[in-house]
Design a protein around this ligand. Sequence first.
Ligand code: CO8
Length: 371
Amino acid sequence: MSAAVIAATGLFTPPHSVSNAELVEAFNAYVALHNDDNAAAIASGEVAALIPSSVEFVEKASGIKSRYVMDKTGVIDPRVMRPNLPERPNDEISILAEIAVAATRDALGRWDKGPERIDAVICAASNMQRAYPAMAIEVQQALSIGGFGFDMNVACSSATFGIKTAADYIAAGDARAVLVVNPEITSGHLNFRDRDSHFIFGDVATAVIIEAADEATGGWDILGTRLKTQFSNNIRNNFGFLNRCAPDGIGAADKLFVQEGRKVFREVVPMVADMIVAHAADLGLDPTALKRLWLHQANINMNELIGRRVLGREPTREENVIILDEFANTSSAGSIIAFHRANDDFASGETGLICSFGAGYSAGTVFVRKR
Ligand code: CO8
């Protein structure tokens, strides 16, 4: 049985950044168009008037200031309100696999070995390009990686579930190194016409190479991994292959992301904080002695609360890394971006925590120690 190491990480950042001001301007232009088009029905009470969004609310409620998207033109056009991403022919790599490959190339540039040393690819993300063939196999093909690949979806927790799966393959002797990619084009399933959530998400891709400890030079020892799920209806997306079979017809809104944000906040914070503290105790680690938390990036107030409960003090920005101000919620990739961006200053023996949480509910903890 071989212990596993996080050997390298990589990041792909999409070409377009959208500020809160730009997003809110587009939303409010859409609201004005809707209210004008439906003036008579609104006056008679048949249709409810839409209410504008506000930059101040978005920043105060979430901490988000901007987000990256794969296509900005459609997102900020009040008559479109979704990214323009043309379909590709079957002989071209899919857009999600393409950004996963870009993040992987970044990770490979930070690793002392090549793709021929990777024996498995896991694409762990909250939305897949299609049912099959798997994106992971496209990535394998694009980078000439041997072995096997498959896709898995645990919403925002996909990356930590993927890292645990990879570490288990290594422990079982099934692979020398495993690539976990997290391509997230969340703008494809975000309802930019919904005032409650139009600002929440952003696009990105991350990659993590997990390697057998006895083959690795440097990197991060994985001290322990733990996963948890608990059913909740508070974050849903009902898009699926059976939609077209519903005899009564279907509404479109619930085939995009929907949530009860307040309930999620209230229920997930204690669940995750308790999980982290219990997992640390089982590993013989003092959570208050962790040098850094790389938490899932959904909401700054959530991260500050979890940080306080875990570290037992008001964490500094250095201890509790925030990247959601720039990236928004990038689903599975958030904690990996935070880790990727803020780990250079660790000395050998220092410990930290990668932690994700989200729909399901689901949560994953990965404690790491610099080698
Ligand atoms: N502008 C101005 N005012 C607004 C706006 C807006 N845009 N939106 C709401 N308001 C108003 C409301 O009308 C309400 O007014 P009133 O008090 O008069 O009724 C007031 O602001 C407060 O509204 P809320 O209670 O909804 O606001 P909150 O303070 O709770 O903040 C948040 C909303 C930011 C959504 C917050 O609840 C939150 O972040 N919760 C946690 C969410 C979370 O972590 N979700 C995890 C989801 S990620 C996941 O796992 C899914 C993966 C799939 C991703 C891919 C799909 C795209």
